[in-house]
Write a protein that binds this ligand. Sequence first.
Ligand SMILES: [Zn+2]
Length: 137
Amino acid sequence: MTAQSLEQKCIEAGLKMTEPRKVILSILAHAKDHPSVEEVYDRAKKQDASISMATVYRTLGLLDELNLVYRHEFNDSDHARYEVNREHHHHLIDLDSGKVIEFQNDEIEEMKRKIAEDLGYELIECRLELYGKKLKK
Ligand SMILES: [Zn+2]
């Protein structure tokens, strides 16, 4: 989702588009990773020093309520991480480094759809997280 369409969706949902919010939305829209609240805050501060941690928290919470961001908790000990709705994908988390790798797999998609269908359901959403350690070669 682009920053612009994200802004549009927020306005449609009745959120006031303040400057700090615009900065936060643009950071999320441009993020190629899965930033935590702290990371969004660090990036936001570089663009607008007046942005507070509380604003970042509140904004991410609102976006989460509106289903405009995905909130991930990849590890029990890890902080929540956020990403805007992008192309459908899943995550593999490296247990040693905490690195998050995104992947897509058509066979899994087909399998998920079939599992849901066999149970009498249409598949709407699926979150899949793989946790692993890098193979030693
Ligand atoms: Zn992702």
